[in-house]
Design a protein around this ligand. Structure first.
Ligand SMILES: [Zn+2]
Length: 358
């Protein structure tokens, strides 16, 4: 039976996968493969849209989760939805009687794990006494034993694991800080222990390691407030998500003319028209959208942080064609579920992502 292990490292920079800093992941990629420029995700390059894309195989326009800002406020309908409106890979596995596990530090973010057969935290509730990081998520070392238990359970076809500390430390102290570098190194050590535990059935095993987004350092540059005079008659509200923002276009406005106006705002680099009432703007490197509060060290959301870790390894024959594919073309987070589905013998139905190996 094929064993698929999918690891999501929250906020882990592609550039941190290096022989000297993260030798186990570097070695996995040397023997398997990696996307030389990393993978990609949509804007905002933030946690909830990214993991929903990873676990559903659909992009935000389809799964509906367009921002992580739901965590901080109840939001209006034009922003999208809080939980995905399409099934996750765990649902497709369940339909095909392929058993799954989801061992995650951030259950609130990973809105798609409810159908996994084994879950930690149980029922999405962090048990009392679990050591938490500065943002209230279980520490990597607290999730790791549950990942170890899952990957050594031969009844499971798919094990999804999520580690959060790189994101928390990147936000608080910056992605290039000594603390972040130490976290990247320690995360690699924990991943190495998982890889060691997989050796027994290596020929049946495919390991995919991704991150949901990159992280950039905070700067002293002024935050971007889209509610300038350009807004008059064109848009009336925005929801910031770090280096991107969702902008509500007024009824009857020509979206292309609104996009042209948004691109005239200082610090705005990209503008995508999502639908008649929603534009998604991305900031230039170093720029953040004006928000009620900011993290001190680092942030994401922008085009420059829409770069994900994308590694594949293992002894399964499917590793080579996937490795060749991601060497040539940057994989989107939504491509991983349709790439892994045929290996698990499951049917995802219609999804946006592409099977990288086909
Ligand atoms: Zn994240």
């Amino acid at each position: 039976m094929t064993r698929v292990v999918l690891l999501g490292l929250d906020g882990f920079p592609h550039r941190a996968i290096r022989a000297d800093l993260t030798p186990r992941m570097w070695d996995l990629a040397q023997r398997g493969g990696r996307a030389p420029a990393g993978g990609t995700t949509d804007l905002p390059s933030s946690t909830d849209p990214g993991f929903c894309s990873l676990l559903t195989g659909c992009k935000p326009a389809t799964h509906g989760v367009r921002t992580t800002s739901w965590r901080y406020a109840r939001l209006p309908g034009w922003v999208g939805v809080e939980t995905p409106r399409v099934p996750a890979i765990f649902d497709a596995c369940r339909a095909a009687a392929v058993r799954t596990a989801a061992m995650v530090a951030d259950d609130r973010a990973l809105l798609c794990t409810g159908s996994a057969d084994r879950r930690w935290p149980p029922g999405g509730v962090i048990p009392h006494g679990i050591p938490l990081d500065a943002h209230g998520y279980p520490m990597n070392a607290a999730v790791h034993p549950h990942m170890m238990n899952a990957i050594t359970d031969d009844s499971l076809g798919l094990v999804f694991g999520h580690l959060n500390e790189a994101d928390t430390i990147g936000h608080d102290q910056g992605p290039e800080s000594e603390a972040a570098q130490a976290c990247y190194r320690e995360t690699d050590r924990l991943v190495g222990e998982l890889l060691d535990a997989l050796v027994g059935r290596w020929a049946d095993t495919i390991v995919v390691i991704v991150s949901d987004h990159d992280m950039q350092s905070r700067t002293a540059l002024a935050p971007i407030d889209p509610m300038t005079s350009e807004a008059d008659g064109r848009w009336d509200a925005y929801v910031p998500d770090g280096g991107a923002a969702l902008v509500h276009l007024l009824p009857g406005v020509d979206p292309q003319r609104a996009a042209d106006a948004l691109l005239r705002i200082d610090g705005v680099e990209t503008c995508e028209i999502a639908n008649d009432s929603l534009a998604i703007v991305g900031a230039k490197p170093g720029r953040i959208f004006a928000a009620p509060r900011y993290s001190a060290g680092g942030f994401h959301g922008a085009p420059v942080t829409a770069r994900t870790v994308a590694l594949v390894g293992g002894g399964h024959p499917a590793v080579k064609p996937i490795a060749d594919a991601i060497q040539r073309t940057r994989p989107h987070l939504a491509d991983w579920a349709p790439t892994l589905a045929p290996l698990l013998g499951i049917d995802l139905g219609r999804v946006d992502g592409l099977n990288l190996a086909s």
